[in-house]
Write a protein that binds this ligand. Structure first.
Ligand SMILES: C[S@@+](CC[C@H](N)C(=O)[O-])C[C@H]1O[C@@H](n2cnc3c(N)ncnc32)[C@H](O)[C@@H]1O
Length: 261
């Protein structure tokens, strides 16, 4: 599948989830809030929320900063955002690989749980550096390898198909955050374990987040009932004594500065 085609599918998958998204977005809320201490103190700034989704954090940024733009590839996400968020926000329907903004025009870019969808990642980072002013900041969170390992391992006992998106290992993406034009000032890695009362609950949450699109999946559509049952049985290996099904999310957050030269 071409990269553009794949991005179109990601947009569609997120778009169909825009209405249910805010209810299920426990992980997004948690990660997005943890980025707040890295935001600049001055408020006469122009900020871009890259992969803004339903605009929950774009709205928060708009309450603090002079000019705020929210960019997303999904029309439906943006429709929801336009209807529900601060009217002063400028919304851009665009691809993070081709940000429709001038060079050196933005004071800081905020991006919560979006860049894990970007492959190749280096081109998106170059694009972020292009639009940032020298000295500008890129504040982001993403998911790395090990995320949803319980689900991956449960499916691995059923077939060889890919049922869970491939998250890149932290050591593969780290080198991209330092370079001639950029420096990683701060970073952290956290394991967030969310609790589910059933595997179906986890599957529903992933679906309502639009995060169920798997680029390399071979078989089309839903897995057969038998396979699904086998997988849920395998997931029992992780069942906690309290009857809760855990799912681990490995979150990497970073603060990058665009260097002055
Ligand atoms: C997990 S959601 C996070 C949304 C929001 N940042 C939040 O914290 O609630 C990821 C968002 O990234 C968007 N997205 C994925 N790939 C994109 C791309 N190449 N360009 C722009 N947006 C993209 C999706 O449409 C989706 O709205």
């Amino acid at each position: 599948m071409s990269e553009v085609n794949s991005r179109f599918k990601i947009a569609k998958s997120f778009g169909s989830a825009s209405a249910s998204y805010d209810i299920s977005a426990r992980l997004q809320r948690y990660c997005g809030k943890h980025l707040m201490p890295w935001l600049p103190n001055r408020n006469d700034l122009t900020a871009l929320d890259l992969g803004a989704g339903t605009g929950f954090f774009t709205d928060l940024l708009a309450s603090r900063y002079q000019q705020v733009l929210g960019l997303d590839i999904s029309k439906n996400m943006l429709r929801f955002a336009k209807e529900n968020r601060n009217e002063a926000i400028t919304w851009l329907e665009a691809d993070a690989y081709k940000i429709p903004l001038q060079d050196n025009s933005i004071d800081f870019v905020y991006s919560n749980l979006m860049i894990q969808w970007c492959d190749p990642l280096d081109l998106v980072l170059d694009e972020v550096m292009r639009v940032l002013k020298p000295g500008g900041l890129f504040v982001f969170s993403t998911l790395v390898d090990g995320t949803l390992f319980e689900l991956k391992s449960a499916w691995a006992q059923v077939d060889d198909d890919q049922h869970v998106i491939d998250f890149k290992p932290e050591q593969d993406i780290r080198p991209l955050f330092d370079g001639n034009d950029r420096k990683l000032l701060n970073s952290k890695q956290q394991d967030i374990v969310l609790e589910y009362d059933s595997v179906l609950h986890l599957a529903h949450e992933l679906k309502s987040l639009g995060a169920n699109h798997v680029p390399k999946k071979q078989g089309k559509g839903l897995a057969g009932k038998d396979k699904w049952q086998k997988m849920t049985k395998s997931y029992q290996d992780f069942l906690e004594p309290s009857g809760i099904y855990p799912a681990t999310y490995k979150v990497f957050s970073g603060l990058i500065v665009k260097l002055n030269h």
